[in-house]
Structure formats: C-alpha cells, structure tokens
Design a protein around this ligand. Sequence first.
Ligand code: SAM
Length: 255
Amino acid sequence: MHDTVIHGDAIAVAGALPRRCAQLVYLDPPFYSGKRRRNRKGGPEYDDRWPGGMTEYLAFLRGLLAAATPLLKPTGVIALHLDWRASHWGRLELERLLGVNNFVNEIIWAYRTGGGSKRFLGRKHDTIHVFAAGPRYVFHPATEKSRLAHRYGFKNVKIHDDGDGPYTLAAMRDVWEIAALRGNMREYAGYPTQKPLKLLERLVSCFTNPRGLVVDLCCGSGTALVAAQTLGRSYLGVDSSQAAVKLALRRLSHG
Ligand SMILES: C[S@@+](CC[C@H](N)C(=O)[O-])C[C@H]1O[C@@H](n2cnc3c(N)ncnc32)[C@H](O)[C@@H]1O
C-alpha cells in the first residue's frame, strides 16, 4: 500500500500497516498550541485544542510514537516535528522507544514570521528530532554555502561566487533558515500549519534513497508526500481530516 493518502486516525492506521516498511516516518502532529485555525474563509479547519491539557496531549503523542516506530525499516529514521511547547517531551519519548544511541539530529528550522513579545525573545523556530531504527540508517550528506569575508588564505578549497560574494561548500549544519509560507506564495495551498516544500525536500533527500517509502501519519496538506513524489520516492499519507486528505490528493495529482 503506497502512493496514496488515507483518511483515518494515525494510530489506528499505523497499527494496520506492515511493520518495517518505511525509510522515513515524518510526523508533524498538533503542537499543543491550544488554537483552532482556519486560514481561508471556508478553507480547511485545524483544531489543536486539548480539553484534558498536557496529560491528554502526551497520551496522544506517546501513542502516536509507539505506533509509528515499528513502521521503520532497520535502515529507517523517524523525524518528529514540534516546537517549544512539546518538543522536549517528544525527544524523551523517542529516547525511551529507540534508545539514546540512535539519536541522529536535532534540526532547528528557523524562520521569520510576524509577531513578537515585550516579555521574551521571538519564538521563531521549530525542532525536528531525528532518530534512527539502528546504526545502519540511510544518510546522504548535504552541503551548504559558507560565505567568505575574503578570498585569501585558502589552500585546496574551491571558492565559488554567485554574485553575492565568494563562498565555499561546507557540510550542511542542523540549523536550517527556510522562509515560512505566506499567503501570497505560489506553493501555499491554504492549509493552516502547511510546511514549506524546501524543508521537506531536504529531509527526504538526506534520509531516504530513491524509491524508499516516506510515511507521514499526520500529513495535513501533504507537503512531505509532495516532496517524496518530486524526489522519486514512494509515499503514504494519513490524516484524520477529510479536507486535508482531499487537499493532499489534489496537490499530488499535479506532480
Ligand atoms: C501540523 S498539521 C500537518 C501539516 C502538514 N505537515 C502540512 O505541511 O500541511 C497536523 C495534522 O495532523 C492531523 N491530525 C491530528 N490528529 C490526528 C490523528 N489522530 N490522526 C491523523 N491525523 C491527525 C490534523 O488534521 C493536521 O492535518
């Protein structure tokens, strides 16, 4: 069962999927924001309210991770995307399920959205915890531009120039500055909490091989699935919102 999007509960669907099928399980579940959002009039609604507070939320998160981790191939990784509200809980739970030694990365996705506070620094990053099923996980190292203040003093290093000045290609760090989606961007499909394609393309290309299966159990508008499709991977999405599934299928049909 792949290259499809299923309407259903993440935990129930994961329990019915074959064990050890996924190269990458990406999870971008509710963040415990306490909000209900609709980005466009008549557009899909997104409800992240938990009447039972953190106790109820953590029961959901623990159930989700317990259902998701058996889906990993021995070479697979899980990437759990949360923010300051619950990412620490998610990491602890992944350490408990997969072991501290299987920690791979804590990726910081930094962005600049509007809004701020007079009482604390702008909370402008999400955290993606990456854990592997075992030591032989798939990883394709990536590079990024490292800007140079000058050109002299470098030996055996290729110096590039893209018009904005000289740079070298350095091993990619775990801090990713990628613009958050705005309403006027072409790729924006109108889904509240929709993530940028560039973010998911980086994750998919680093942690999967061509044709490997990407599973997203809270797929929303299907960004991870679209990234997988674009990069020649298989995909399987699940969401409890019928509107999200419809939107994800629509985005995938354009690929
Ligand atoms: C943060 S959004 C995902 C956004 C997505 N990554 C995107 O780029 O569009 C979380 C999604 O989890 C879904 N969700 C919440 N509880 C769920 C559950 N129990 N089973 C499946 N999906 C669930 C919501 O409907 C929502 O679409």
